[in-house]
Design a binder for this molecule. Structure first.
Ligand code: E4P
Length: 218
């Protein structure tokens, strides 16, 4: 499974990249707004800065329009910023139409706001490189996000679909483990959830003892 970080914060992206395990980045309009970036020029410069940090890893840049023509116009501009930009398109009819257009024109897409297997099937049919099921938001509403990952993974395996399942809206380290078990190809996570994978109280207790004993032969 590949590890993406789900943020537009350059310091967090650098920190995850420095761990040596980062495969890519996802952003969304809310995450960009959180960084206080304003205006098309600043937004585009920010995407380029992200691409430079994770050179070689895919970076999802989301369109902020909902009609076919505007999605295509903005998507073309975003894709032209850097070879690793993947245009993130919402799961709506005009989004599907745009994903098909991007596919036919050699531009890779990530279909976002996926909450059902049917949506994941249609996005794949249109040629999306990635689909993003929102695990945490499904759990928040009393359904099981991991079950959706399993269902999409089964369908894609049976049908021989190559679209990658990019598990999104991750809330904790357990989500990451469960997504790997369920067959996600990629997990996009907040930095805290990635660092959560390093933690275990027995590791801390064991290390404290080793460091203490190491003093005996220093
Ligand atoms: C997907 O790519 C989104 O950026 C993200 O994972 C949404 O997560 P949230 O539910 O924590 O906002």
């Amino acid at each position: 499974m590949k590890y993406f970080i789900d943020t537009a914060n350059l310091n967090q992206i650098k920190e995850a990249h420095d761990l040596g395990i980062l495969d890519g980045v996802t952003t969304n309009p809310s995450l960009m707004a959180k960084e206080g970036i304003k205006g098309e020029e600043a937004v585009n410069a920010h995407y380029q800065a992200i691409c430079e940090i994770v050179d070689g890893g895919d970076v999802s840049a989301e369109v902020v329009y909902t009609d076919f023509k505007s999605i295509v116009e903005q998507g073309k501009k975003l894709a032209a910023l850097h070879k690793n930009i993947v245009v993130k398109v919402p799961m709506i009819p005009d989004g599907i139409k745009a994903i098909k257009w991007f596919t036919d024109n050699g531009i890779r897409t990530n279909c976002t706001l996926i909450f059902s297997a049917g949506q994941a099937m249609l996005a794949a049919k249109a040629g999306a490189a990635y689909v993003s099921p929102f695990i945490g938001r499904i759990d928040d509403s009393g359904w099981d996000g991991i079950e959706l990952i399993q269902q999409i993974a089964n369908i894609y395996a049976i049908q021989g679909i190559k679209t990658e399942i990019l598990a999104a809206s991750i809330r904790n380290a357990l989500h990451i483990i469960k997504c790997a078990e369920a067959g996600a190809n990629v997990c996009t996570c907040p930095l805290d959830s990635i660092l959560g994978l390093t933690k275990h109280p027995l590791t801390d207790i064991g290390l404290a003892k080793f460091m203490e004993d190491a003093k005996k032969f220093a």
